[in-house]
Design a protein around this ligand. Sequence first.
Ligand SMILES: [Zn+2]
Length: 214
Amino acid sequence: MGDGYNFQQLKKHILPLSNAAAWEVAVKEWSLVGIHEADEPETCPCGHFPIIEICSIHNRITGRATEVGNICVKRFLGLRSDLIFTAIKRIRKDPDKSLNADAIAFFHERRVLNDWEYSFCQNTMRLRSLTSAQLSKRRDINHKVLAVIGRRGFQGPQYLGLSARPPRLIRPGLAGKPSPTAQPSPTAEPSSRPTPSAGTPRNAPRVRGGPGFP
Ligand SMILES: [Zn+2]
């Protein structure tokens, strides 16, 4: 590709963490669950350096998680984290500006914004003249979002737990073997997914259908 984003190298990183073997299918298993800005430049799994805008992604089937740069997440996985980073840049430049729809939905889903703030953002995002109370609230919300974006793993304990989980790749031979981390609802597998055996991870259904980034 010539610009430091090595697709083959990224594939080698993502595919072993995925259930599907075909790249086009494997990418559909991944959701954007967190974004943050790194204090120190980091290296993307594709080999590109430096990356600052880091995206945490989670595989709904295998339960695995990893981090990829903002460019690769969009270019190769099709997840629109760039729209959220656009909103971040805008409110950092002018705290009186509103978050955009993508950022509002994302930060609500990640529980950075509570339900009231979620409604407030929706109701005021298109307003150009706000009351002083509204403007003050908007600034508070922007401040909160900017504070959280500097922290890795703000997306909450549910996802931190998932990413800390040991490797859980699909192994069809393990049917019936009780897992020490077995969870109470082994029957909650999504019916749409063909499962050749019972040896599938049980945590996948706990993740809501992704943060709205197909
Ligand atoms: Zn990359």
